[in-house]
Design a protein around this ligand. Structure first.
Ligand code: MN
Length: 300
């Protein structure tokens, strides 16, 4: 069931987690029944949260390998800092895309002069073998392409949709769309890809079923369209060519084996230089959690 070979409609519930110093998130991917969608291997949805009185988001410096991180905000601002020296304030509807290659570290926090509400998603894309040993990179784009399908307006956050591509770098065929649903419409999909959809804001009818924030709709493979209905709801659609590689996800690492995880953890804990250092974050970096007693196994 991890990779259905045909269209399905299965609703999976998100689970609550806390990331950094106190940001509550709804973890939509991975699930026991859904590890990857194309190369998408992680999805957290947070907010809308009132960050006017709290400290807002504070995620201290931490490492990544084998993935791209995608930050996409509906409301609010965050500041991204990384070990390449990037320091970027990111606002709503701007793509913050970090490619780890073999190793990078970064921090994300709410700026002091932040708007009162924070609402967004953090997504990870697994890098294929051909891309995961390369150099790290950071990209930021403020103007992303939109494709209209009647009452639906799809913003191409990452990848390609109907021949229209996001400017963000990708390594496998995939798409990430934010769809503004202004009525009863039909979104074309690439039938050779697998897809999921979830509600970012409001309530939408996804593939004929009323769907709430916090639910992930697994759509499977082989669909050439998706029906969406709503009154100003925002729906995220993630899809891609099924990833043939077996991943081992642990903490902030996307690896292929237990040994690679052990090495990445040791490289971070020993400040080996693989992940660099993040300047300017007001606080210490995160330590890796202890590894469990059981060797990590790849999950397809
Ligand atoms: Mn991160």
């Amino acid at each position: 069931m991890t990779h259905p070979q045909q269209p399905v409609h299965e609703v999976l519930e998100s689970r609550p987690f806390e990331v950094g110093d106190g940001t509550e998130v709804r973890r939509l991917i991975p699930q026991r029944r859904l590890r990857t969608v194309g190369a998408w291997c992680f999805a957290d949805h947070y907010g809308p949260d009132d960050v006017s009185l709290s400290e807002g988001m504070k995620v201290p410096p931490h490492p990544h390998t084998g993935l791209q991180t995608v930050s996409w905000l509906l409301e609010g601002d965050i500041v991204h800092r990384d070990s390449l020296g990037s320091q970027q304030r990111v606002g709503p509807r701007e793509l913050s895309l970090m490619t780890s290659g073999d190793g990078i570290s970064h921090a994300e926090e709410s700026p002091a002069d932040r708007p009162p509400v924070l609402h967004g998603v953090q997504l990870w894309v697994a890098l294929p073998e051909s891309g995961r040993h390369g150099a790290p990179a950071y990209e930021h784009f403020t103007d992303l392409p939109e494709v209209e399908h009647g009452v639906l307006c799809a913003t191409v956050v990452l990848g390609s949709h109907q021949g229209i591509s996001s400017p963000g770098s990708t390594y496998t065929p995939l798409v990430g769309l934010e769809v503004l649903v202004g009525g009863d419409g039909v979104l074309p999909l690439e039938p050779s890809w697998e897809h999921v959809a979830f509600v970012l804001d409001g309530t939408a009818v996804i593939d004929g079923t009323e769907t709430e924030v916090g639910e992930l709709v697994q759509l499977g493979l082989g669909r050439d369209e998706l029906s969406l209905d709503g009154d100003g709801a925002r729906v995220m659609v993630l899809g891609g060519e099924p990833l043939e590689e077996q991943l081992v996800l642990w903490w902030n690492f996307v690896c292929r084996s237990n040994d690679e995880v052990v090495q990445a953890r040791a490289d971070w804990e020993s400040s080996s230089g693989r992940f660099g250092t993040v300047a300017g974050y007001p606080g210490p970096a995160l330590s890796a959690p202890p590894l469990g007693p059981v060797r990590l196994m790849p999950r397809s």
